[in-house]
Design a protein around this ligand. Structure first.
Ligand SMILES: [Zn+2]
Length: 246
């Protein structure tokens, strides 16, 4: 957010109530959202709802190959098949899943040859990579040293690889290297992941180490990462291990 309240909303919510609650919180503070950033195109990062509806949608990456209608439909199908979301909704029956934004986010506005958002808000650098998903775009708010890293550097989830990539582990290592480079370059002091808790610089460095260790252990076929205590994460780990052995 800028001094005049100009605001970029990043990866808003999962359920309809969460998206609306975020929109209401932004409005209550008098902030003025001018766009929504999606760190990547998984369904839980491209949601719409009260308070953000109709805003421009931005992402890292190049022009889209598929049409908007097909894109939105496949994300909605992903959402409807998500067992973790089904569990959340079963526990909160009054809530509903948020809608997927009907139009695919566009490549972000930027001056040619730069990785900076071209907008009225504070200076924001985009760290694009292809680790967890194609065209994953993390953001660094330069003045405050805050890294918004989407589905990377979580204290709850081990690295979740892009199973559509030719070299998922290599891509993930390169993604971590890109983030580590940005952390050094911008002297990042706070990390905010899409899933899990924010952390300070020590915690950020610890997560980089933990994620690299997980990838090393994955290559060996075993891991004692404490994040695997979560059954959902353990299941995802087992799928990744099986895919790498094929
Ligand atoms: Zn994701």
């Amino acid at each position: 957010m800028g001094d005049d309240g100009t605001t970029l909303v990043v990866d808003p919510g999962v359920t309809a109530a969460e998206v609306a609650g975020l929109g209401a919180a932004v409005a209550r503070r008098g902030w003025r959202p001018v766009a929504v950033w999606s760190t990547h195109a998984h369904w839980d990062h491209v949601l719409d709802g009260h308070g953000v509806r109709g805003l421009p949608r931005w992402r890292a990456g190049g022009p889209a190959a598929d049409d908007d209608a097909g894109w939105a439909r496949s994300r909605s199908d992903e959402r409807d098949d998500d067992v973790a979301l089904a569990a959340v909704l079963a526990a909160h029956p009054q809530d509903a899943p948020a809608d997927v934004v009907p139009v695919r986010p566009e490549p972000y506005p930027h001056a040619a040859g730069t990785d900076r958002l071209d907008w009225r808000g504070p200076e924001v650098a985009v760290v694009a990579h292809a680790a967890h998903a194609p065209d994953h775009g993390a953001l660094v708010v330069v003045r405050t040293g805050v890294l918004l890293c989407g589905d990377m550097l979580s204290d709850r989830e081990v690295p979740l690889l892009d199973d559509t990539a030719a070299d998922p582990v290599g891509d993930y290592r390169a993604g971590l290297d890109a983030l580590a480079g940005a952390v050094e370059r911008f002297d990042v002091s706070v990390v905010v992941p899409g899933h899990g808790s924010p952390g300070d610089r020590d915690e950020l460095d610890r997560r980089l180490d933990a994620d690299r260790a997980y990838l090393d252990a994955l290559a060996d076929g075993r891991s004692d990462d404490p994040r695997l205590a979560d059954p959902w994460v353990a299941d995802a780990h087992a799928v990744q291990l099986a895919a790498l052995r094929r």
